[in-house]
Ligand binder design. Structure first.
Ligand code: ADE
Length: 418
């Protein structure tokens, strides 16, 4: 069996932490038990490019129980939990190619190692696996039945590929399922980003100006949690509707140029490139904390920052202090990579339960229905989304009302008005 991990001896810690996460993943657990009996993925090779966390560990085990051969590489060089990788290799025979802190070159070597496993289905988080396949490994494309994509950034890339007519197999946009982005992107990112910032800095958030760049689902969650810690939240946006929503949610909205002068914490969650640039860094106060929780490390213009800095030093794990030529200090967290996975452990298991239940059910759906697909990006079927919502609510012990017959009829009628 092939693999490339840091240290197999870390497996014991990984086992316990994967079990700990499983306690909060009851929906995935039910799917795992059904998969174990029915083996819907028998004979299928799944190649995954995901953050190698305890939650991903539980997903990989579920797919394996379903009869699949599973290989995984990291979807970010800094997000791998090495003990998880060790346990998956040692106890489950899952081929993991991921080491926390791997270089960009090794990151792509690992992606290619997963492609060497000849996947029938890809499971991507950010679309690096899919883009490598389309750029460098076109020979493998004929093998593919379909794929899934976990995150907003990846779905944007894939839709752009589909629009240009270059996408060569069907992919399901797991991110766009309601039971994914309503919860994972909002509550998951909200909590885990704050967790990452606090673990990295141990700074007090209360009473500070906390600037959130981007008010999509992730920005909404982050703003809500920063406010909960007592920060004065400032939102920056380029989208009028999102900006309006932020205003009505009670946040100050202003251009980044102005926010730069008064912020204490800055966090980007836009999915776009060079959001915080040289001109903003120059205006910032001395000692500010700047980080990113968007998928790629492109949101902070670190090249621009380096060009106006005269010194750099590592203050503590994941904190790099830049001294600018104007004498002010800027602290960059986690090299501008997603701080919730670099300095913390990513989203809590309870939300990943729904994201990864969608992943598992979508893989099953692809295996059953791939012959009917075209080479485009598909929404997660409503039935899958609603099944996940139903299972999660039940697992939480929450009961809801049913429509009465009269109400059901009313909703389909038009005659009755004032
Ligand atoms: N993305 C964000 N949080 C995650 C987690 N805990 N596991 C896998 N992927 C994630």
């Amino acid at each position: 069996m092939k693999y490339d991990i840091k240290d197999k001896n870390m497996a014991k810690a990984g086992k316990l932490r994967i079990e700990w996460a499983a306690q909060q993943m009851p929906v995935l657990d039910q799917i795992k038990n059904r998969f174990r009996k029915q083996k819907p993925l028998r004979g299928i090779s799944i190649g995954a490019c995901l953050h190698v966390t305890t939650e991903t560990g539980n997903l990989a085990i579920t797919l394996k129980e379903g009869g699949a051969k599973v290989s995984i590489c990291a979807s970010n060089p800094l997000s791998t939990q090495d003990d998880v990788a060790a346990h998956l290799v040692k106890a489950h025979g899952i081929s993991v190619f991921a080491i926390k802190g791997e270089s960009t070159k090794t990151y792509y070597t690992h992606i290619n190692s997963v492609l060497d496993m000849e996947p029938h289905i890809t499971m991507d988080d950010g679309a690096d696996l899919v883009s490598t396949l389309h750029k460098d490994r076109v020979d493998m494309l004929s093998n593919l039945l379909g794929g899934t994509e976990e995150t907003t950034t990846g779905v944007i890339r894939l839709r752009s590929m589909a629009k240009r007519g270059v996408l060569r197999y069907p992919i399901m946009a797991v991110n766009d399922a309601n039971t994914k982005h309503f919860f994972d992107n909002r509550y998951g990112t909200g909590q885990s980003t704050i967790d990452g910032i606090i673990r990295a800095t141990n700074r007090l958030v209360a009473g500070t100006n906390f600037v959130v760049c981007g008010y999509g689902w992730c920005g909404k969650g982050l703003s809500m949690r920063a406010k909960g810690l007592g920060a004065n939240v400032i939102v920056t946006e380029v989208n009028t509707l999102n900006a309006l929503e932020a205003v009505m949610d009670g946040f100050r909205v202003m251009p980044l140029d102005e926010a730069a002068k008064i912020g204490d914490f800055f966090c980007t969650v836009t999915g776009n490139i060079n959001v915080i640039r040289k001109e903003h860094f120059k205006k910032m106060k001395d000692g500010v904390i700047v980080c990113n929780s968007g998928h790629f490390n492109v949101e902070l213009d670190l090249k621009g920052l380096k060009s106006i800095a005269r010194a750099r030093r590592n203050m503590r794990d994941y904190v790099e202090e830049y001294t600018l030529k104007n004498g002010k200090k800027i602290n960059i967290l986690g090299e501008g990579r997603l701080i919730n996975l670099v300095a913390a452990e990513g989203h809590p298991s309870s939300v990943m339960d729904m994201s990864f239940a969608n992943q598992a059910l979508c893989v099953e759906y692809i295996v059953k229905n791939s012959k009917e697909f075209e080479n485009r990006v598909y929404d997660v079927p409503d039935k899958v989304d609603m099944t996940v919502a139903d299972m999660k609510l039940k697992s939480l012990g929450v009961k809801i009302d049913d429509l009465t017959n009269e109400q059901r009829k009313y909703l389909h009628s038009w005659e009755l008005g004032t």
